[in-house]
Design a protein around this ligand. Structure first.
Ligand SMILES: Cc1nnc(-c2cnn(C)c2N)n1CCCn1ccnc1
Length: 115
């Protein structure tokens, strides 16, 4: 099945925006806790508490495999990273602070890029 040129161009625009946004998240100084999946064998309680683990490398994999059918599903995975962080970490812990900082940055960048 072929998209119309308009919807094809629109899709390319959101894929481009997702690539830019993810590259910026990965490059952020506070990204270090989120770059790879939490090691559930070495972090007590994580597997039980966090039902849907997510991290930037998994999002990168899904983006590369065209698994995001909409901008919304991409944004939901990024927010899942930050929601998991808030659930498992104290707000004023080092990792908790990194999560808040990254969420603020993401909210600002995607509204600038797409609104
Ligand atoms: C993300 C994330 N949320 N919680 C953790 C974590 C890992 N161990 N402990 C005790 C946590 N609270 N993480 C992963 C942080 C990954 N990381 C990388 C370098 N140092 C920690």
């Amino acid at each position: 099945k072929h998209d119309s040129p308009v919807s094809c161009a629109k899709k390319a625009k959101t894929v481009k925006a997702q690539q830019i946004l993810l590259a910026e998240l990965e490059a952020h100084p506070a990204a270090w806790p989120f770059l790879s999946p939490v090691n559930q064998k070495s972090v007590p309680g994580y597997r039980k508490v966090i039902k849907k683990p997510m991290d930037f490398s998994t999002i990168r994999e899904k983006l590369t495999n065209n698994q995001y059918l909409s901008l919304e599903s991409f944004i939901m995975d990024v927010n899942l990273v930050f929601d998991n962080c808030e659930k498992f970490n104290e707000d004023h812990s080092e990792i908790g602070q990194a999560g808040h900082s990254m969420r603020r940055y993401f909210d600002k960048r995607w509204t600038e890029l797409l609104k």
